[in-house]
Design a binder for this molecule. Structure first.
Ligand SMILES: Nc1ncnc2c1ncn2[C@@H]1O[C@H](COP(=O)(O)OP(=O)(O)OP(=O)(O)O)[C@@H](O)[C@H]1O
Ligand SMILES: [Mg+2]
Length: 258
C-alpha cells in the first residue's frame, strides 16, 4: 500500500545557512502510529513545522507527498485543509478564550452533520473537558491544555494527526491518559505521527519508529525491533525505564559509518 505521507530527501534551513534537516526521508503508513525520536536539537519540531507549511519557502529541497499529492511549500491553511492537523509543543491554544470557544474554533468551516458525534467522541476521551467548558484556556492545567489541543485537532477530522512532544512536562499519570487517548484515536483509523523524547512511551503505542539525530534519520524499524535494539536500549530507553541515560543519544556519532 502507498504510504499516506512520503518525505523524500528534504532539506530545511534557517536563515538560509543553518541546516536543520539534511536530506531526511521517511514514510508514514495509513492508520498506523509512527514515532520520531531524537535528542534536543535533532530537528523534530522543524520536521513537523516543515510538513505543516509553517516555515516559509521550506523545505529548500526534496519532496513531501500526502495522499499522493505534492504538498511541500504550500501555505499552511491549504495543508491543513488537505487533512493534516498539527498539535505544536506549546499547544497553540487561544489562551484568552474559553475551552468551549477553542473547540468551536476547531470546527471552523465545517458544515457536516457529524460535529455532535465528534464532540461526544472527544468528551469520551477526555471527560474533564466537558466539566471545564467555560474555563479560560490559560487557566487550565498543563494536562488539560494538552487534552484540549488534541481534542481541538480531532475536530478537524484529520487524516493525519501530528503531535510535538505531547507529554512534555506532564505528570506520568496524565501522560498515560494522553497516550491512552492517542491509542483510541488510532483505533478509529486516524494516522498519527508523533515526535517524542520519551522513547518508552512513544514506542509503547507506535507501530514503527524513526530515530533522528542532527537532521537525519539514523535508524528505523518496527517499534518492537527498536525496543530490542541494543543501542536504542542503551541510548534512548535508558537503564530502568523512563529516564534518559545521561550519556545520552548520539547514535550518529557512535556509528559514523551511517
Ligand atoms: N527559529 C529558528 N531559527 C534558527 N535556528 C533554529 C530555529 N528553530 C530551530 N533552530 C535550530 O534547528 C535545529 C533543530 O531544532 P528543532 O527545534 O527542530 O529540534 P528538536 O528536535 O525539536 O529539539 P527539542 O527536542 O529540543 O525540541 C537546532 O539546531 C535549532 O537550534
Ligand atoms: Mg522540538
Amino acid at each position: 500500500m502507498d504510504p499516506l505521507l512520503k518525505i523524500t530527501s528534504i532539506e530545511t534551513l534557517y536563515y538560509d545557512r543553518i541546516y536543520a534537516l539534511r536530506g531526511l526521508s521517511l514514510q508514514v503508513q495509513e492508520k498506523e502510529v509512527f514515532a520520531v525520536l531524537g535528542p534536543n536539537g535533532a530537528g523534530k519540531t522543524t520536521l513537523l513545522r516543515t510538513i505543516s507549511g509553517l516555515l516559509k519557502d521550506q523545505p529548500k529541497k526534496g519532496v513531501i507527498e500526502f495522499g499522493g499529492k505534492r504538498i511541500q511549500r504550500l501555505p499552511p491553511e491549504k495543508i491543513s485543509s488537505l487533512g493534516i492537523s498539527y498539535v505544536p509543543e506549546d499547544r497553540g491554544l487561544f489562551r484568552e478564550l474559553t475551552l468551549k470557544e477553542n473547540l468551536d474554533l476547531g470546527c471552523w468551516g465545517r458544515k457536516d452533520q457529524n460535529i455532535k458525534d465528534d464532540f461526544e467522541f472527544i468528551f469520551r476521551l477526555f471527560p474533564i473537558l466537558k466539566a471545564r467548558a467555560s474555563q479560560q484556556a490559560e487557566t487550565l492545567s498543563g494536562g488539560e491544555q494538552q487534552m484540549l489541543a488534541v481534542a481541538r485537532a480531532m475536530l478537524r477530522r484529520p487524516r493525519l494527526l501530528m503531535l510535538d512532544e505531547p507529554t512534555l512536562g506532564l505528570a506520568p499519570r496524565v501522560a498515560r491518559h494522553v497516550y491512552d487517548a492517542l491509542r483510541q484515536i488510532s483505533q478509529t483509523g486516524t494516522t498519527i505521527l508523533l515526535v517524542e523524547q520519551n522513547a518508552k512511551m512513544a514506542l509503547g503505542i507506535a507501530h514503527f519508529g524513526y530515530i533522528m539525530e542532527s537532521g537525519r534519520i539514523v535508524l528505523e524499524g518496527t517499534a518492537q525491533a527498536l525496543q530490542e535494539n541494543e543501542d536504542v536500549k542503551e541510548l534512548y530507553l535508558g537503564i530502568g525505564g523512563e529516564s534518559v541515560s545521561p550519556k545520552g543519544w548520539r547514535l550518529y556519532k557512535k556509528r559514523r559509518t551511517w
